[in-house]
Structures are given as C-alpha cells and as structure tokens.
Design a protein around this ligand. Structure first.
Ligand SMILES: CC(C)(COP(=O)(O)OP(=O)(O)OC[C@H]1O[C@@H](n2cnc3c(N)ncnc32)[C@H](O)[C@@H]1OP(=O)(O)O)[C@@H](O)C(=O)NCCC(=O)NCCS
Length: 175
C-alpha cells in the first residue's frame, strides 16, 4: 500500500475539509509526484477550462465531443466535481465528474475520469463519494449511472447495485 493509498483511505480530515469550503478545498498537500512536490485540490466550481477537460478525456482514450455541447452540458449539470494538481510548474486538471438531476428525486452521474498518472490512489472514489454526499444533502435519493463493464467493480465498491430487482437500463439511439 502506497503512502497515497494510506492517506486517502484513512483520512477523515478530508470530509471535514469538504464541509468548510464548498467551492475549492485542499485534499492533500506537499506530496511527492514524479520528482516534484504537488498539492491536490478538489473544486465544485462549474468554471472548467474546456481544453483542459478535453486533454483529460483524451488521456483515457475517450472519443472527443463537440466543445460547444460539452460547455452546455456542464452549465446545465446539477453538480461538477473536479480535481487539480497544483505545483510550481503547472496547474493541471487530473479528475472530473458531474451529475445531472431533476432537483427533487433523481440524479445521474456522468463523465467520471481520473488521469492515468493518478489512478489507483483513491481519487476516483473521492470524486464519486463527494457527488453522493452533495446529492444526499440535496435530499436526492435515487442516484444512477451507466458503467462500462470494466469499471463495474469500481462502482460496486462504492455501494452501487447493478440491475436492482431486475430493473435494466434501456437506450434509444437514432437509427
Ligand atoms: C474508473 C476510474 C474513475 C477509477 O478511478 P481511480 O482513482 O483509479 O479509482 P480508486 O483508486 O478510487 O479505486 C477504488 C477501488 O476501485 C477499484 N478500481 C479502480 N479502477 C478500476 C477499474 N478500472 N476496474 C476495476 N476496479 C477498479 C480499485 O482497485 C479500488 O479497489 P480497492 O479499494 O479494493 O483497492 C479511473 O480508473 C478512470 O478514470 N478510468 C478511465 C475512465 C473510466 O473508465 N471512467 C468510468 C466510466 S463509466
């Protein structure tokens, strides 16, 4: 288990920090990453640099989407959570997730992504748990998402059920 893993898995301080500043908060400071000292911040601001988001999505091989539409999707999302690596050299978007909602009963989580250099350190779990926490605070009880087959266990670890009571997701695509 790495120092990172230990920190992220055991820290209660994280959620206390989340409560203090809803827009931007330091998750971890002064950690060694690739020969430099970095800090990691979590932000719930919708003010995302679209080209940085495109780079992050490129890094995990996602198909590009028109930036104009991505901008609208972010603007109309209920909640955005992003993670930044901040060092003397750069300020880099390393994680992102968002949720849409009817603001009453239902919410759906979309676009959960962690940069490959930072995967496996607990950051994806922090993103999703932050979204769940904020949705629960908004008294939204039904939280859904669409999981690629290879990440089912990631979401199951976080408490998501696949096909509960036999309910199946259905899609309509233009022919
Ligand atoms: C899926 C993703 C967001 C997970 O983020 P992460 O920061 O690497 O995940 P964590 O470190 O918080 O992992 C938490 C747990 O889930 C498991 N897990 C993480 N990624 C996994 C994967 N791809 N497949 C299976 N299990 C995974 C971890 O092993 C860990 O389990 P543990 O607590 O028993 O050790 C990240 O791998 C990613 O961005 N992947 C590419 C984009 C993607 O597929 N997004 C999901 C679209 S539906």
């Amino acid at each position: 288990m790495t120092l990172w893993t230990l920190f992220f898995k055991n820290s209660k301080i994280l959620s206390e920090q989340f409560d203090k500043d809803p827009k931007k908060m330091m998750l971890i400071n002064n950690i060694q990453h690739k020969n430099e000292i970095i800090n990691i911040y979590l932000s719930t601001s919708k003010n995302i640099n679209l080209s940085d988001l495109e780079k992050l999505c490129d890094s995990v091989g996602w198909i590009r989407r028109p930036l104009k539409k991505v901008k609208i999707a972010i603007k109309n999302s209920f909640l955005i959570v992003s993670l930044f690596q901040i060092s003397e050299r750069e300020n880099k978007l390393i994680g992102f997730a968002r949720a849409t909602s009817d603001y009453a009963f239902n919410a759906t989580i979309w676009d959960v992504v962690i940069h490959p250099e930072f995967q496996g350190k607990g950051l994806g779990s922090i993103l999703v748990n932050q979204i769940i926490k904020d949705l629960r605070e908004a008294e939204i009880t039904t939280i859904t998402l669409f999981a690629d087959p290879e990440v089912l266990s990631f979401y199951k670890n976080l408490g998501f059920l696949s096909d509960p009571n036999g309910i199946r997701g259905m899609f309509w695509y233009p022919k």
